[in-house]
Design a protein around this ligand. Structure first.
Ligand code: 0L1
Ligand code: MG
Length: 260
């Protein structure tokens, strides 16, 4: 892709986020944009946020369900980054006026006890390197009009990352079969979506392993202390002001927030 400046596109997407202004997908004007180009734009976006003083909490995986991969016609999930300004307290408030058209999905988050850098890492190795797992609600807010995008668009847009609420209870992964964990996502007391941990690439640890391997191809690694969102166990549900959102994860606990 010769005529596009990755840094200026990253600035454009960062402004769309900070100004809460939805924009037309990049591939409408640049159909030649590749996945590799898109990760270059994402890297520039990360640099902009780091230069502004934001800190990375950890990477996240997206498009990890068979349904989403089929919908986007991809064989591999994507990744992005969660920053400190995106974290809301458990039971806290999400301010709709700060966002464009947020959706929520229930996830299982991993907190690493040590670095993972080997290429070819397995889910079993990931579990051995994981200190805790905890429930999470990820709020995604694509900067593109009507959540309409192609794969390179969403990669460039930091995989729609917007906010996250982590549970208050930390659990050792050895105490659970994470693929069998049942999950419900409720809004105002009504179950809107449900699933099991196996919806995430067969087991959420497989998602972290795939992430480690994707990063290793770029000479990067997962680090001790990283908080990693492994991907939606449930579908993403559109939010409206007044919603009280809660997820229950069997054996892991609950996590919630309200939309103001
Ligand atoms: O976390 C995710 O799975 C989001 C990936 C991006 C796709 C979307 O915005 O729906
Ligand atoms: Mg997600």
């Amino acid at each position: 892709m010769g005529d596009i400046n990755f840094k200026s596109i990253a600035e454009f997407l960062n402004s769309a986020e900070t100004e809460k202004k939805e924009v037309t997908r990049l591939t409408a004007d640049h159909p030649e944009l590749s996945v590799q180009d898109a990760y270059r734009i994402q890297e520039e976006l990360v640099k902009i946020k780091l230069a502004q003083g934001c800190k990375i909490l950890g990477p996240k995986m997206g498009l990890t369900s068979q349904a989403k991969m089929k919908q986007m016609n991809v064989e591999e999930p994507i990744y992005g980054y969660i920053f400190d300004y995106m974290a809301l307290p458990n039971g806290g408030e999400l301010r709709m006026q700060e966002l464009i058209h947020p959706k929520v999905e229930a996830e299982i988050a991993f907190i690493l006890g040590r670095d993972i850098e080997e290429p070819g890492v397995s889910g079993v190795q990931v579990l051995a390197a994981t200190e805790y797992v905890t429930p999470a609600l990820e709020i995604i807010d694509s900067r593109y009009e009507n959540f309409k995008f192609n794969l390179p668009d969403v990669i460039a847009d930091n995989a729609s990352s917007s906010r996250v609420v982590l549970g208050s209870r930390l659990t050792r992964p050895s105490n659970l079969e994470l693929d069998l964990v049942g999950v419900t996502l409720s809004i105002n007391g009504e179950i809107k979506a449900l699933g099991a941990g196996a919806a995430v690439l067969g087991h959420p640890a497989n998602s972290v392993a795939m992430l480690a391997n994707m990063l290793a191809r770029k000479g990067e690694k997962l680090r001790a202390g990283d908080v990693i969102l492994t991907g939606g166990v449930t579908e993403a549900v559109l939010l409206t002001v007044g919603d009280t959102v809660s997820a229950k994860l069997d054996g892991l606990g609950e996590v919630s927030f309200t939309v103001k």
